[in-house]
Design a protein around this ligand. Structure first.
Ligand code: NAD
Length: 508
């Protein structure tokens, strides 16, 4: 008897028919020239959810051509920021109006609970509105102190054509972290969603057209990383690649983009520690650890899969996390009370299980879970909430992204050891610190190498607050003012006033 909280009922209706996702190129929705498609079967329900056009070099080149032309003729960058913002705000309204339709397909393609899909899809409207507000703030500098006859002006310009490549774990949200900011800056775009979750991106194409975005400004190509994503990373007409996904593919893209020296912005993997000091509010910390590991079934770049806990409170803390883990609602993602849904693919589930089994072989102890979860009526592409302790820093489970509902617990003795363990990772995406002593929190925040540090909280995010990683978690920042600036280029105008310039060549 596992004694877990499993919900197999379903209250949300399934769609009448699979969604037909098509490319959106130069303002036109289209199938692939060769007619090829890719089926997506729901990880939770085993039914066909969508059939998406499978793009080739032909569609990718057409999309890049359309984006290049749309950028170069100024049909978007030449509009006032006020007019661009108006379009983005209309998109936000349409996203809200279509929240349920988007959320249902997001859940069925990804396996995540409907409540989270609603939050992700509906909530993305706020990213679009925030980006719209930033469009009108873009400005450069003037230099009026360079001498009587010189005025210097530093302009901000859109960087040009941006390739946007996104992963399967938060398809609609991550698109919202990139696309409206690129559009607000005046860029034109080619977008490729993950082949596993293409539909909400294709649906967004419909909303962009309805909102009045000019043809060619945003083009969507559906398909695999190769050839679609790789062409988007190498094509000479692309100025920048904005990528979210695995560190391995991020490195491939960086190398590929190097030949044409494109700007590359990367949001990659993480192995994020939450550090629990002995004076922390343990109820709140245990709840945040539970949230941090099971949200999106742990298939989350911000998953707090590495718990570092002071040795004096380790037994108490692990017991709390295990007790809370038993109460988290796992099961049918099409029920609004479900908190944790299915694993994205059977192969990925086997990989998660492999990490747990290898850790046990290396001497770790499984306190809870450690195997597939059978949700009655839905099958076994689910994984049990899993707590593993007795983990040492050298084990793969403590170093690599497991990307599943598996939390590992390591202990420390003092502040310096906590910081050293937290930083002992090739990744540097996010970190958390729990202590009632503000000095401990501040000192940790300054010493840990992570793009975001949460103190006495976990995974609170806001469109205003920049997000991104250090080390192998990425480069560049998304959202916030810094994220917007990534899509802007700097140009300096140096202007002489009057005809007073001393000649370089002596003529007399
Ligand atoms: P992935 O790297 O396998 O795929 C991401 C995207 O890249 C997909 O659209 C894929 O088709 C495409 N792709 C694959 N090969 C390519 C190539 N050679 N050239 C161009 N594009 C290519 O990642 P995934 O499995 O979809 O997503 C999970 C990963 O994403 C995890 O590592 C996770 O940590 C990371 N992630 C990071 C963040 C962040 O903000 N830092 C957010 C979400 C996910």
């Amino acid at each position: 008897m596992l004694d877990l909280n499993i919900l197999s009922e379903q209250t949300v209706d399934m769609p009448q028919a699979p969604y037909r996702a098509r490319h959106f190129i130069d303002g036109t929705f289209m199938d692939s020239a060769d007619g090829r498609t890719l089926d997506r079967v729901s990880p939770s329900h085993g039914v066909l959810v969508s059939q998406a056009a499978l793009g080739s070099a032909t569609e990718t080149e057409a999309a890049i051509r359309a984006a290049r032309l749309a950028f170069d003729d100024g049909r978007w960058s030449g509009l006032s920021a006020k007019d661009r913002a108006a379009v983005l705000n209309r998109v936000a309204d349409l996203i809200e109006a279509n929240e349920e339709r988007l959320a249902v397909i997001e859940t069925l393609e990804s396996g995540k609970p409907i409540s989270q899909s609603r939050g992700e899809c509906g909530g993305a409207a706020d990213l679009w509105r925030y980006a719209a507000s930033l469009a009108r703030t873009s400005h450069g500098d003037s230099h009026n102190t360079l001498g009587e006859d010189i005025l210097g002006v530093v302009l901000k310009e859109p960087i040009g054509v941006v390739s946007i490549i996104t992963p399967w774990n938060f398809p609609f949200w991550i698109l919202g972290q990139k696309l409206p900011f690129a559009l607000a800056a005046g860029c034109t775009c080619v977008v490729k969603p993950s082949e596993m979750t293409p539909s909400t991106t294709a649906m967004l194409g419909e909303l962009l057209a309805e909102a009045g975005l000019p043809a060619g400004v945003c083009n969507i190509v559906l398909g695999h990383g190769d050839p679609v994503g790789s062409l988007m990373s190498t094509h000479p007409d692309v100025d920048m690649v904005s990528f979210t996904g695995s560190t391995a593919v991020g490195k491939t893209i960086t190398r590929a983009a190097g030949d044409t020296l494109k700007k590359v912005a990367l949001e990659l993997g993480g192995k994020n520690p939450q550090v629990i000091f002995a004076d922390a509010d343990l109820d709140s910390a245990a709840d945040a650890v539970t949230f941090g590991i099971y949200f999106n079934v742990g298939q989350c770049c911000n998953s707090s899969s590495r718990i570092l806990v002071h040795e004096d409170i380790a037994d108490d803390f692990v017991a709390r996390v295990v007790a809370l883990s038993r109460r988290v609602v796992f099961g049918n993602p099409m029920h609004p009370d479900t908190q944790v849904g299915a694993i994205v693919t059977a192969e990925h589930q086997a990989k998660i299980d492999g990490y747990v089994k290898d850790a046990v072989s290396a001497g770790a102890e499984v306190c809870l879970g450690g195997g597939a979860l059978d949700v009655p009526g839905l099958g076994r592409q689910f994984y049990q909430p899993t707590v593993v302790r007795g983990v040492t820093p050298d084990m793969a489970i403590a170093r690599e992204e497991v990307f599943g509902p598996v939390v590992t617990v390591l202990t420390f003795r003092d502040f310096d050891e906590a910081v050293a363990l937290a930083n002992d990772s090739p990744y540097g995406l996010s970190a958390g610190v729990w202590s009632d002593d503000v000095h401990t929190c501040l000192a940790f925040g300054r010493k840990v190498r992570a793009g975001t540090v949460w103190t006495n909280t976990w995974m609170d995010g806001f469109p205003e607050i920049a997000f991104g990683g250090m080390k192998e978690s990425g480069q560049g920042r998304e959202i916030g003012r810094y994220g917007f600036e990534e899509f802007l280029e700097v140009k300096s105008l140096v202007m002489r006033i009057g005809r007073t310039r001393a000649p370089w060549v002596k003529t007399a």
